[in-house]
Ligand binder design. Structure first.
Ligand code: CP
Length: 303
């Protein structure tokens, strides 16, 4: 694996190999420190979890991390993504983790890099509403850790689906791995192209049967001007779609709630439920470090 850009290139065997390695790393297996590898994290969109857990993963593998901030870099003077990446390669980076607001930014970038014979490895840290491969893998790790399998699990993905790269990546790999995926949330933020993965149903019909309830953040930054004012108030969203005490109590005893973060407290989920027994948010974040270590090892080690 030279790059990880989309989950669509991963077979079930690839996924299980990455998860098994992440579980080994979580158990504390000794890692060969690769202090000759330099990594750079190019985050053109804001991030807390993805960026810090990639950094933690890089340090845990012994990599050197080149500092880079878009706001103080020559991106502000108009330097393109391609020119930034090949500059980082010339400085010495072997791998670049990139988050960008443009869907599939990596397609023209990779084509240009390959055409010119560059060998820097790319890992997608999230592209617009396209893909979020490492979030998907850490979600899969969290689900597998809980249930020990994917086959037959019922997973509801609820919320601002149209704008969610997490929904797209998770729906793809969960169905490929044998889980049943259902969608719910506001119809104005649903995307019918996802019906290939599973049906769109009212939340009240789904909750009592689900093994996993995956909540999505309302992504105001991707909504068009006026869309929020016309369609959204926190209170109305929470009332119609949020997990409150009543909906929480209706869920199966063994069910878990996931959220990629950041959580809008009192919107997707009642604030007092963020650390409730069914919540797995902080487990997801912990698992993210091990998944990202496994991905970086695979990409930089050609596994
Ligand atoms: N889940 C996720 O991508 O969070 P950040 O935007 O904080 O990285």
């Amino acid at each position: 694996m030279e790059h990880l850009l989309t989950v669509e290139t991963l077979t079930n065997e690839d996924v299980m190999a990455l998860l098994n390695r992440a579980f080994e790393l979580k158990k504390g297996v000794k890692v060969k420190q690769q202090d000759d590898i330099y990594a750079v994290n190019l985050f053109y969109e804001n991030s807390t979890r993805t960026r810090t857990s990639f950094e933690k993963a890089e340090y845990a593998l012994g990599y050197q991390v080149l500092p880079f901030e878009v706001a103080t870099s020559s991106v502000q003077k108009g330097e393109s993504l391609y020119d930034t990446v090949i500059t980082m390669e010339a400085v010495g980076a072997k791998v670049a983790v990139i988050r960008h607001s443009e869907n599939a930014y990596y397609q023209p970038l990779l084509a240009q890099l390959q055409e010119k014979g560059h060998s820097i490895h790319l890992v997608n840290g999230g592209d617009g509403s396209g893909q979020h491969p490492t979030q998907c893998l850490l979600d899969l790790m969290t689900i597998y850790e809980e249930f020990g399998h994917f086959e037959g699990l019922k997973v509801a993905i609820i919320g601002d689906i149209r704008n969610s790269r997490v929904a797209r990546s998770n729906a793809h790999l969960l169905t490929q791995l044998g889980a049943s995926v259902f969608f719910s949330g506001p119809d104005y933020w649903f995307d019918e192209s996802l019906l290939i993965y599973g049906p769109y149903k009212p939340e009240e019909e789904l909750l009592k049967d689900m093994d996993v309830v995956m909540l999505l953040r309302v992504q105001h930054e991707r909504h068009s001007e006026g869309e929020d004012q016309a369609l959204f108030t926190k209170e109305a969203y929470h009332e119609a779609y949020g997990i409150n005490q009543k909906r929480y109590a209706e869920m199966k005893k063994t069910a878990i709630i996931m959220h990629p973060g950041p959580i809008n407290r009192g919107v997707e989920l009642a604030s007092e439920l963020v650390e409730a027994p069914k919540s797995r948010f902080y487990r997801q974040i912990q698992n993210g470090v091990y998944v990202r270590m496994a991905v970086l090892e695979a990409v930089c080690g050609g596994k």
